[in-house]
Design a binder for this molecule. Sequence first.
Ligand SMILES: Cc1cc2nc3c(=O)[nH]c(=O)nc-3n(C[C@H](O)[C@H](O)[C@H](O)COP(=O)(O)OP(=O)(O)OC[C@H]3O[C@@H](n4cnc5c(N)ncnc54)[C@H](O)[C@@H]3O)c2cc1C
Length: 259
Amino acid sequence: MTAELYVLSRPTFTEDFRDFLLKEECDWIETASAKPAERLIEFAGRVCYMAFGSRQFRTSNAAYIQNLIAQGHESVLEHANWSFLLSGVTRAFTHQLVRHRPGFAYSQLSQQYHDESEARFVPPRGIERSRAAAAAWKDAVEACRRAYRTIIAESDSLALDGTLPKREAARALRSTARSVLPNATETIIVVTANARAIRHFLTVRGAIAGDEEMRVVSRLVYDMIAVDAPSLIGDFQARTRADGSPEVVRISAAGAPAP
Ligand SMILES: Cc1cc2nc3c(=O)[nH]c(=O)nc-3n(C[C@H](O)[C@H](O)[C@H](O)COP(=O)(O)OP(=O)(O)OC[C@H]3O[C@@H](n4cnc5c(N)ncnc54)[C@H](O)[C@@H]3O)c2cc1C
């Protein structure tokens, strides 16, 4: 089972800005190849100084966005938002992911409302290199699943309070049962994030050598932005490590990893 990313929504940029520019008697010299997210950010940035037409100093969209980033004017990047679903990831991973707060929103599969009797477990990559480790891992997750099912089957004995509404009784039972589920339990999560938050995430998470799952997801996120708004991550590089796994590295203007 591998992590997968499904793009649910990406930035759009409508034509309404033309009415505004007409009213203001401005003309925007646009970069024809710029994508909606990139146009939205450039437009928002230019509004700050009404830097359109003859007042355009930087004429290329990429140069404009690079300058916003270089100047630390990154709040403008917050106008571009993506929503995506991650599947095939572990609860351990999402516990780390949701530590990222401003600019992120999350909706995750509930272990209280969703029965996990058929839960899947994501094996850590490379565990098969040790037969003993792989067997121990498999035994452990199967034991967890058995324990979960046993607890669910004991609902009558475990019912502490017969007055609980059915829905709350189910929640209480699953809360008890989920306590035996391991970090490897597969989960699904919908994430919405803006470009600034994504850049921060990739900076601190994209190249952690000892955290492959984080690097794999970072690469999926990078690929999404690389398609939709390459100028927003022009200072990042997607690389392949010696073991074949991915990483996303933020690079300095000189091409070296940024400090
Ligand atoms: C290698 C690594 C190891 C880690 N190990 C641990 C660990 O052992 N234990 C643990 O608990 N966590 C650990 N973390 C998680 C880490 O402490 C952060 O919680 C997580 O990376 C989110 O970082 P952040 O707060 O910068 O990001 P975000 O929440 O995405 O915030 C982005 C930025 O917004 C600003 N910001 C956000 N909130 C505030 C605020 N309340 N006040 C002021 N400024 C704010 C900051 O500039 C912040 O960098 C680890 C992270 C990494 C990358």
